[in-house]
Structure formats: structure tokens, C-alpha cells
Design a protein around this ligand. Structure first.
Ligand code: ADP
Ligand code: MG
Length: 424
């Protein structure tokens, strides 16, 4: 192995080293709840990479340093955004300036030129998946390297053999791809860790909720019974005041029971209180419940109700409303800048068809597949329980849900429900 390649490999290891350290720091900051300082850490690591690369370059011609600093500069900027880019560019310019030599001029020119591409490609990079990211970053690093080499030749007549050009460019690109993949893996690990901890907490909470509400519901039912008996006895023994107190106690107990029943939906969607309910009435009620949220988000709800007056369904009233409300709520939340939520319902040969269409941000194929999975949420404050509950309620009454969605255009939920005919 020639000296050049050896030097570059050392450089490569030094460039990667801070990336490995970042894992340790992330774990530390996570354990100590220092998430807010994440941004600062993220800026320090590429800067250290740059300084290390600059400290151990290889030189063929006096005043010119060849190393892999392009990789941390480009990746740091593309991932970190414009502010990070400015910081890294300034760090590089200053430290390269301190080392001196004719190369400073070249380095400064290329660092400025590459900003044209940052401005053009940054957003596309941040939206892309890994292969797209690799292509964009490879292009930028190659640009940086080749621009450096060409300008050195044109301005200072620095002539390097072709094989050095090629080796240098290739090692830069390989370094970049490895660093990018490593970074993606580190990030994915942290996201998984976060999700895992959150999911675990939620499981505990919902188990707790289910078991406590079971335990509490029984004494409440008993108390309610006795209070009712006391009210009935009142005529003989009690005054107006007592009756008033007992009425309040009764109302509060009913309220507590309602809350507990809502909690129980998480744990036990199949209800024993299946009733014959009127679709029209329940649908209208659910729309009324969600209306304030729609108003707050500038969303217009267009309800196209083509149901016959006697559209019946066998279901638990409260749960059925809940399942619709969750779906309406997601539609509204998908349109933070307002829009129209269209709710269409009709009776067809295969049953009732209820479509809920929004004009929101839509979902990718992968997200659609994960719908209804417990704890799957892309929202910062989401629980990922809404659709799980909706789906299990709809399935429990013999219905089904189909989802179609297009990224940035909107989502449509199509719910089919079995018709209940009185003569059945
Ligand atoms: P939460 O609303 O708490 O996130 P849900 O179970 O209601 O949980 O929804 C799960 C995820 O499904 C949401 O975080 C969102 O990413 C996606 N989703 C659901 N409905 C829509 C919709 N109408 N448009 C876009 N994404 C949606
Ligand atoms: Mg939701």
C-alpha cells in the first residue's frame, strides 16, 4: 500500500471517530434527559472531525493539504441545515487559514462555491430516503474534491498524477457513504429506543387503566344503587336538602362511570351493550362533537347524508360514536392549515358505506400499512391508540375499513358497515 493510501486511511478513521463517540454522548444525554442540548452536540462532532482531518492530511505539494474534511462539512450541513452549514464553513475556513499556504485560497473559494448546491439541494436531501441522500451527498463531496483539485491546477499549477486524483476522490466517496450509513443507523437506533420506552410506558398505563377501572366500577355501581334507594325512601324520612345532596352524588357517580367506561374501551372494545342504533342520529351526533375542533383548525365539514330515515345498526352507541370521532379527528389534524373534511354516507347493496376524505398531508404506503397498530403515531403528542380503538370497534360490529392516501393530497377512509333489517 502506498503512502498516500495509508495517509488517507488514517484520515478516514479520524473522520469517522467522532461519529462513533456521538453514540455515547447521545446515550448519556438521553439518560440524563438533556435532549435540548442535542443540537449543540450535533454541531460539535462534525467540527471535531474537520479539525482532526486537517491535523493529519497528506501533502504532495508545499502549502496544499489533502484530506477528507469534505465529508463532515457536507454531511454536517445537509443534515444540520443552513445554520450548521455556516458554522462548519467558518470553522473550516479559520482552521485552514491558520495552517497557511496557497491552498487556503482554493479551500476558501470551493467552500463558498458549494453553497450554490447547498441552497439547491438541501431540502431535497432532507426529504429523500437513504439512496437519494447518498446520491446527493456523493455529488457534493465529489464536487468539493474535484473543484479543489482543478482550481489548484489552474491557479497554482499544482499537478498531481491521475491515479492520485482518482484514489483521492474514491476514498472521499467511500468515506462519505460509510459515514452517512453509520449516521442513519445511529439515528434509527435512537428513534427505536425512544419509541420503545414510550410504548412500554403506554402499555403500563393502559393495563393500569383497565384494571383500576374494573376495580372501581363495581363499588361505584353499588354506591349508585344505594343512593337511588335512599332517594326513593326520601318521601317518608328526608327533607329537600338531603334530596338535593343525593341528586348531586348520583350525577357525579354517573360522570365517573362514564369516564371509566371510556377508558375501558382501550382494553375491551367488544361491548355487551349492543343496541339497535340509528346511523343518522349517531353520525350527526359525532359530527357535532367534533365541530369545535374543526372550527379551531379552519376545517369545513361537508356532511352528505344519503341514508334512509330508518338506517339501523347493531352496536354500542358510545363506542360507535367514539370510532367515528377518532377518524374525523385524524382527518382534521392532518389539515393544520385548514381544508374540507368530506363525510359521505349511503346505503348500498353491500351495506352502509361511510367515506371520510380529508385534504391533508396524506401518508406513505408504509404508514398506511401500520395504521391501527397500537402506538403507531407520527404526531408529536399522538398516542397511536385512536385508530386501534376505531378499528377494533368497527370489526366488532362486523364492519371493515379501507384506506387510500396520497402524500400531500389527502386521505380517504372507507368504512363498510352491515345493515340491520328489523325483519331479520
Ligand atoms: P394519533 O392520532 O394519536 O397519532 P391514531 O391511531 O389516531 O393516533 O393515528 C395513527 C397515525 O396514523 C397518525 O399519527 C397519522 O400519522 C396517521 N393518520 C391517521 N389518519 C390520518 C389522516 N387522515 N391523514 C394522515 N395521516 C393519518
Ligand atoms: Mg388520532
Amino acid at each position: 500500500m502506498d503512502v498516500l493510501t495509508k495517509d488517507l486511511l488514517v484520515n478516514f478513521l479520524l473522520m469517522i471517530l467522532p461519529l462513533l463517540f456521538i453514540q455515547i454522548v447521545y446515550f448519556y444525554s438521553y439518560r440524563n434527559r438533556l435532549q435540548k442540548s442535542e443540537g449543540k452536540f450535533a454541531a460539535i462532532f462534525p467540527a471535531i472531525s474537520i479539525l482532526l482531518c486537517l491535523s493529519f492530511p497528506f501533502t504532495i505539494n508545499e502549502g496544499f493539504l489533502w484530506d477528507l474534511r469534505g465529508v463532515p462539512i457536507v454531511l454536517g450541513t445537509l443534515y444540520g441545515g443552513y445554520r450548521m452549514g455556516i458554522f462548519l464553513t467558518v470553522v473550516t475556513m479559520i482552521s485552514r487559514g491558520l495552517l497557511g499556504g496557497d491552498g487556503v485560497v482554493i479551500s476558501t473559494i470551493t467552500l463558498c462555491l458549494i453553497w450554490v448546491f447547498y441552497l439547491l439541494l438541501m431540502q431535497r436531501f432532507q426529504r429523500s430516503k437513504i439512496p437519494g441522500k447518498i446520491i446527493i451527498a456523493t455529488f457534493l463531496v465529489s464536487f468539493l474534491v474535484i473543484c479543489n483539485l482543478t482550481l489548484s491546477y489552474l491557479i497554482f499549477d499544482v499537478l498531481m498524477p491521475l491515479d492520485v486524483w482518482i484514489t483521492f476522490t474514491i476514498i472521499n466517496v467511500i468515506g462519505l457513504v460509510i459515514a452517512l450509513i453509520l449516521w442513519e443507523i445511529i439515528r434509527a437506533n435512537f428513534l427505536i429506543l425512544n419509541d420503545l420506552i414510550r410504548a412500554e410506558k403506554l402499555t403500563v398505563v393502559s393495563h393500569l387503566a383497565a384494571s383500576i377501572s374494573h376495580e372501581v366500577r363495581n363499588p361505584l355501581t353499588v354506591s349508585r344503587g344505594f343512593i337511588q334507594m335512599a332517594i326513593q325512601d326520601r318521601d317518608q324520612t328526608q327533607g329537600e336538602k338531603e334530596r338535593y345532596y343525593l341528586d348531586i352524588a348520583l350525577k357525579e357517580i354517573d360522570q365517573a362511570t362514564d369516564i371509566i367506561n371510556d377508558y375501558l374501551t382501550f382494553a375491551k372494545p367488544a361491548s355487551d351493550q349492543q343496541d339497535q342504533i340509528n346511523m343518522k342520529v349517531e353520525l350527526n351526533h359525532s359530527v357535532n362533537v367534533i365541530q369545535p375542533l374543526a372550527n379551531m383548525n379552519n376545517v369545513d365539514i361537508h356532511l352528505k347524508d344519503q341514508l334512509p330515515e330508518s338506517a339501523y345498526l347493531i352496536a354500542d352507541k358510545k363506542q360507535f360514536q367514539q370510532s367515528l370521532i377518532n377518524i374525523f379527528k385524524n382527518g382534521i389534524e392532518a389539515m393544520p392549515d385548514g381544508g374540507v373534511l368530506t363525510i359521505d354516507v349511503s346505503q348500498q347493496s353491500k351495506g352502509y358505506i361511510l367515506t371520510v376524505a380529508d385534504q391533508g398531508h396524506g401518508m406513505s404506503e408504509e404508514e398506511i400499512n401500520r395504521l391501527g397498530e397500537p402506538y403507531f403515531s407520527t404526531k408529536e403528542k399522538g398516542t397511536g391508540l385512536g385508530l386501534m380503538v376505531s378499528y377494533s370497534i368497527i370489526r366488532a360490529i362486523g364492519g371493515s375499513v379501507k384506506v387510500s392516501s396520497e402524500k400531500n393530497h389527502g386521505t380517504t377512509f372507507e368504512i363498510s358497515l352491515p345493515v340491520y333489517r328489523k325483519d331479520q
